[in-house]
Ligand binder design. Structure first.
Ligand SMILES: O=P(O)(O)OC[C@H](O)CO
Length: 411
């Protein structure tokens, strides 16, 4: 039945899981579901391809909210959950977590804290990442550079031309992802190292001279010094040697390893952090729609807890590169052994204490990630003036805040 306090009906024994399979994890998600079925023969999980990326999942979820069948569990990235929490489209989990005795304290604190708003918790962490700096060790050696990532973006600005000479024309010392590949995400930490920010709480900071300076650093490395480029297929380009270094998500590691296999030797490093955090976390959590029945919510949380339990988060992490979301999973001897043997997977785990939570402007304003990314693309791809590109971003984001966010914030 529809509506009422019990919410939209649906088969209470079927758990519909909407995912984009972060880090091309469809096989892993299927395995996790099989494991769940083995323990809960009374419940059936249906994995639905809900989009090729987080934005498509959010779009599909929007459509369902305005009159379609809702999932029981939905993958929501860092830039989407807040909008649904603000509009009460997803369920605050606190009471359900208490009722089901989910061991919340074992989840990595900073990952959990990302989903707190208005005194409530709106999702649990699932496929959580940091950026990592990947570099081609052969190129680094040919350029005579030390076998490490840069300590600051200024140091990298000195390395860039040397790397460019070593890599040659038609290739680039450094590649950035495009807007779709979350350029606004990867540029955020570098921006901080210049003293810039997208925002300070709800105050936009795109006109701050230090943010403009960071924007000009991006513009110059691409358009004046010409040792960097924005590349729509960054992981492929890095794996095939078209770019000598790249900032990617740790969730992309599996793909990068596959692309680079037999072709080049690469290493991963922290993002430069010369004066405080130069790196953020990212990735996705799992949320439960607020308008489904209580029985469905309870089953959904069981499933969420199961696929993020210590054994399963370790499995998911080792297959993809995402960070285990449970403290006990990271401490586990077999995980420690895996990390010791797979240093490229360990980089993000080790870097976690050096991260800071993201700027509100990117994660709390719906659509802002792509607006910021598109502005950064204009600076890189069209050599657009930074001040004017950032002024456009400010106009659009301020309107979103004024119309869609500010009136709904609790006061
Ligand atoms: O590619 P992911 O899963 O690490 O996510 C990156 C960003 O956080 C997406 O908004």
């Amino acid at each position: 039945g529809m509506g009422g306090s019990t919410g939209v009906g649906g088969d209470p024994n079927t758990i519909i899981f909407w995912s984009n399979h972060p880090g091309t994890s469809k096989n892993q998600e299927t395995e996790l579901i099989n494991r769940f079925h083995a323990q809960h023969p009374d419940l059936t999980v249906k994995l639905v391809d809900a989009g090729r990326n987080y934005e498509e999942v959010a779009q599909k979820f929007n459509a369902a909210l305005t009159g379609g069948a809702l999932p029981d569990v939905v993958v929501l990235s860092d830039v989407w959950w807040f909008n649904y929490a603000l509009n009460k489209a997803i369920e605050p989990l606190d009471e359900h977590i208490a009722a089901a005795a989910v061991p919340l304290a074992d989840y990595v604190d900073s990952f959990v804290d990302d989903y707190r708003f208005a005194g409530k918790l709106w999702a649990l962490p699932y496929a959580r990442s940091t950026q990592i700096f990947c570099y081609n060790r052969g190129l680094w050696a040919r350029a005579g550079l030390p076998d490490r990532g840069p300590r600051s973006w200024r140091e990298f600005d000195e390395w860039g031309p040397e790397l460019q000479r070593a890599i040659g024309a038609g290739k680039w010392a450094h590649g950035w992802g495009d807007a779709k590949n979350y350029l606004a995400w990867t540029f955020q930490g570098p921006n901080w190292t210049f003293g810039g920010a997208y925002s300070d709480r709800w105050t936009l900071k795109f006109s701050d001279p230090r943010t403009v300076e960071a924007g000009n650093f991006l513009r110059d490395m691409i358009n004046r010094k010409r040792y960097a480029a924005i590349r729509p297929q960054l992981a492929v380009d890095f794996g095939t040697g078209v770019v000598g270094s790249a900032i990617t998500s740790t969730g992309d590691i599996k793909g990068i390893v596959a692309n680079a296999a037999g072709k080049l030797d690469f290493a991963t490093a922290f993002l430069p952090h010369p004066n405080g955090p130069g790196c953020t976390t990212g990735g996705a959590g799992l949320a439960i729609p607020s308008r489904i029945s209580d029985q469905r919510k309870a089953n959904a949380l069981r499933f969420v807890e199961f696929i993020t339990n210590p054994v399963n988060t370790a499995y998911f992490s080792q297959a993809t590169g995402y960070i285990p979301v449970r403290k006990s999973a990271v401490r586990d001897p077999s995980e420690q052994q895996f990390l010791a043997a797979n240093r490229n997977f360990a980089t993000a785990v080790d870097q976690l204490p050096l991260t800071r939570s993201q700027d509100y402007a990117r994660v709390f304003l719906p659509g802002a990630d792509q607006i910021i990314g598109t502005g950064l693309e204009q600076i890189g791809l069209q050599n657009r003036d930074v001040t004017s590109a950032f002024a456009d971003i400010t106009d659009r984001l301020q309107t979103i805040y004024d119309r869609q966010i500010e009136p709904k914030l609790p006061r």
